[in-house]
Design a protein around this ligand. Structure first.
Ligand code: GAL
Length: 808
């Protein structure tokens, strides 16, 4: 099964790489797409004249983007972002890049694509001002053509990024050119930016109708007749359709070309089998291909039903989703495809099948990966409209920019098969006054102008029919956050309406931390607007017995979602911990406790609850660790999909517990004695799993585990190496906090270090890290050259641990 999945992933990745313009070989391409990430000059702080060509930037730092300068900074309670924003610095930063364009490309159009800059970016080309883009999460393009030189004279792009006014976000934003940049060279007659729109108006197992609408712009001086040839390929690269259409396009005009294809026996895109097709459109003029564009797409149909919930390709299923913010832990906001892929792999391991891009348009790579790996996406636009949530947030830019930003999001994302819900906003304050109605209708109108194939929702936190956003009638799906107590009454309160639990749970957990008794619930914080005193060491308990009062335990919500068919699914707050919003605490805590996976990517116990419910693999996860005081009363829990589990302490049976009724965990209350806990899980009377936990002795060695022993030597790929502090028998030492130092030789650099602690103030960019509850992580990044990578981890009093990887 695992092998099939890996193979599928590899096949779809390679298809995607072909489909993904920047990776396709340029020789057979009319359009030239260049990775524009390398060799930028960077200066932290404001400076005068840096937008001009005469400015000397030789003393500036040279770096590659995606880059996030905040993650390189020091934690401080005085940073204006506050603990809610991750307590890292903001400020102003400048980027400059010098480049040249071959003389044979003279006459081509030249565009620059920014996937996202956080935020308030201003861009100049050769001293000419191109514009400002306040929204830090939106992708945009500038036309450089009138201002660039070809041949010997160089060109200069300058970018000013202003993230000085904070707080402007309720979580960590990062600062800088934190997503990818590309340069595109096209013919004057070319397919417009985001000018391809692919829909599948009819889909069955036998037949699919695929409609490709392509905008072609004529920026040449004369009217021209072109042929638009669109060819569709299936997953294995076989041609499955081709159509030519002729069109006369006047100078300065954009024409739309509609093409339709019938595909017999289509391979439908689904969670378990995310089959992708690709559409290749070529603009042909005077028998020459002058432009082309490749767009991957999927063929699937889905339905939300007021009684039966969600179905994909006719098969009923629950949306088992998680909310995710955009940071990548110790890498900060700086986008890295492998880091996102690892997050998704870990989540898939728990049976997660959907992602909510809370609360903003994501990096394009996230959507590409969701297409390839089989995740449903709820693509969210805004965390606020006109009414502010934090002092300097997007509400200030709302009037001028919301129309453009939402339009750009829909145009960019509408061809992704993974995207199945648009969310026009999260917990929008306007839901409490009449402007909620008018704005919701306006936004739905914008969405519908560009896509009518997906339902619109908004994540409301006032779940009643009088809510002015719900009342507007603009929502196809009623979405509300939390309020699980009201799920049962939904069909009465909202007769005939469809429902998605846009945000749920907000349980609070620190990996490896346990507060007993496990069946007493801590509601933290007691008031939403005040931090909690809580535990003196700023931990939250991992027994699923600590949650925000607006949320629930994991089990409480999960039981309801499983109980009612009309609930199409949920998005748990959150999949991974993220930087900022350290509810229930504030400084010195600086990252969230909500994840089922910690910031470093280490699963917390709740992860296995979902794995036992949402996957078919046999699961038997017992916790906590087995290092306590003699005589102490300890609650042992098991998350399992076995029918029954018998627990043994040092060989003595502690009893059998059965998974009966709606039980989601099993529990034994024991008097602690050191030794071995052994759990034996049976299904249909047969032992299918056993699990042992031992009392750990002293730290004896460091155990290194590599996620992939071989990485790509492309300067971007990453290896994630987990360090476990173990005793002589290889048992994790549960509270080990050894300082681990790293030495890296060969073809990699350190991209970051972490340990998943919510309170550590150690830097993420460093060659050392204390272990936290026995574990830490180092992330190595290819330096662009093939060869070996040698990692040594050392800690005082322990032998060095070494591992060798390769970059190819
Ligand atoms: C929700 C909000 C999220 C996050 C969460 C924490 O109300 O939508 O952004 O703040 O609470 O529990």
């Amino acid at each position: 099964m695992k092998l099939t999945y890996t193979l599928l992933l590899l096949v779809s990745l390679s298809l995607m790489m072909n489909g993904c313009d920047q990776h396709q070989s340029q020789s057979d391409r009319a359009r030239i797409i260049r990775d524009f990430d390398n060799n930028w000059k960077f200066h932290l702080g404001d400076t005068t004249n840096a937008s001009g060509t005469a400015f000397n930037d030789t003393n500036w730092r040279t770096l590659n983007v995606p880059h996030d300068w905040s993650i390189e900074g020091k934690f401080s309670k005085d940073n204006p972002a506050g603990a809610g924003g991750g307590a890292l610095p903001g400020g102003i930063g400048w980027y400059r890049k010098t480049f040249s364009l071959e003389k044979e490309n003279r006459g081509k159009k030249v565009f620059i694509d920014f996937d996202g800059i956080y935020h308030n970016s201003e861009v100049w080309i050769n001293g000419h001002y191109l514009g400002k883009r306040p929204n830090g999460y939106i992708s945009f393009q500038y036309d450089l053509t009138p201002y660039v030189h070809f041949g010997d004279s160089t060109n200069l792009i300058a970018v000013k990024v202003d993230n000085s006014n904070q707080p402007n976000s309720r979580w960590y934003s990062g600062s800088g050119i934190y997503r990818n940049v590309r340069l595109e060279l096209t013919s004057p007659i070319h397919i417009s930016h985001w000018g391809t729109h692919i829909t599948t108006p009819e889909v069955s197992n036998e037949n699919a109708l695929v409609r490709v609408t392509t905008q072609v712009t004529n920026d040449s001086k004369e009217s021209k007749k072109i042929t638009l040839r669109t060819t569709l390929f299936n997953q294995t690269g076989t041609k499955v359709g081709e159509t030519d259409n002729e069109k006369e396009i006047a100078s300065g005009e954009t024409a739309s070309v509609d093409q339709q294809f019938h595909i017999q026996q289509p391979e439908l895109w689904s969670i378990d089998s995310p089959t992708l097709y690709k559409s290749v459109s070529q603009v042909i003029s005077d028998n020459k291909i002058i432009d082309d564009k490749t767009v991957p797409f999927g063929i699937r149909y889905f339905h939300f039903d007021a009684q039966k919930g969600f179905s994909l390709n006719g098969v009923p299923m629950k949306i088992n989703g998680v909310c995710m913010h955009h940071d990548l832990g110790c890498l900060g906001a700086a986008v890295n495809t492998r880091a996102i892929q690892r997050q998704l792999e870990i989540l898939k391991g728990a049976g997660v099948n959907a992602i909510r891009t809370s609360h903003n348009p994501p990096a394009p790579e996230l959507l590409q990966l969701c297409d390839q790996m089989g995740f449903i996406v709820m693509d969210e636009a805004f965390d606020m409209w006109k009414k502010q949530k934090t002092k300097y947030d997007y509400s200030h830019d709302w009037d001028k920019w919301h129309k453009q930003d939402l339009t750009d999001q829909i145009l960019r994302d509408r061809n992704h098969p993974s995207v199945m819900i648009w969310s026009i906003g999260n917990e929008i304050p306007e839901q409490w006054d009449s402007t909620g109605t008018s704005i919701a209708r306006e936004l739905a109108g914008i969405v519908h102008q560009y896509d009518t194939t997906r339902p619109i929702t908004s994540a409301c936190n006032d779940p009643q029919p009088g809510n002015s956003i719900i009342k507007s009638g603009a929502l196809d799906l009623i979405g509300y956050n939390y309020h699980h107590q009201l799920y049962a009454s939904f069909p009465d309160s909202f007769p005939g309406q469809k429902f998605i639990a846009t945000e749920t749970v907000s349980s609070l957990q620190t990996r490896g931390s346990y507060d007993m008794p496990s069946d007493s619930i801590r509601l933290w914080p007691k008031r939403w607007d005040l931090p909690e005193k809580g535990n003196p060491d700023y931990t939250c308990s991992s027994y699923d017995n600590c949650h925000a009062p607006w949320g629930s335990t994991h089990e409480e919500t999960l039981k309801l979602i499983e109980k009612y068919d009309f609930l199409s699914g949920q998005f748990i707050w959150t999949g991974f911990d993220y930087l900022g919003e350290p509810t229930p605490y504030t400084w010195p805590a600086r990252s969230s406790y909500f994840g089922i996976v910690d910031l470093a990517g280490f699963p917390k116990d709740a992860y296995y609850l979902y794995q036992s419910e949402w996957t078919n693999k046999p699961v038997l996860h017992i916790f906590p660790h087995w290092n306590w005081k003699k005589g102490q009363t300890i609650d042992v829990w098991a998350y399992t999909n076995c029918d029954e589990v018998e627990l043994f302490l040092n060989g003595k049976s502690m009893g059998v517990r059965k998974k009966t009724g709606d039980k989601l965990h099993l529990m034994w209350r024991l008097t602690y004695e050191p030794g071995t806990l052994k759990a034996v899980g049976k299904k249909d009377g047969k032992v299918i799993l056993t699990k042992e936990i031992q009392t750990a002795g002293k730290p004896y060695r460091l155990q290194l585990t590599v996620d992939r022993p071989q990485i790509h030597a492309d300067g971007k790929d990453l290896a994630f190496v987990t360090v476990n502090v173990v005793d002589q028998n290889g048992t994790l030492v549960p509270h080990a906090d050894n300082l681990v130092r790293f030495k890296v030789n060969g073809e990699a650099t350190i991209a970051g270090v972490d340990n998943g602690s919510e309170t550590s103030h150690e830097p993420f960019k460093a060659n050392y890290r204390h272990a936290f509850n026995g574990k830490c992580l180092i992330v190595l990044q290819s330096d662009g050259k093939p060869g070996n990578i040698y990692l040594t981890a050392s800690a005082e009093g322990l032998p060095d641990a070494k591992v060798t990887l390769t970059a190819q």
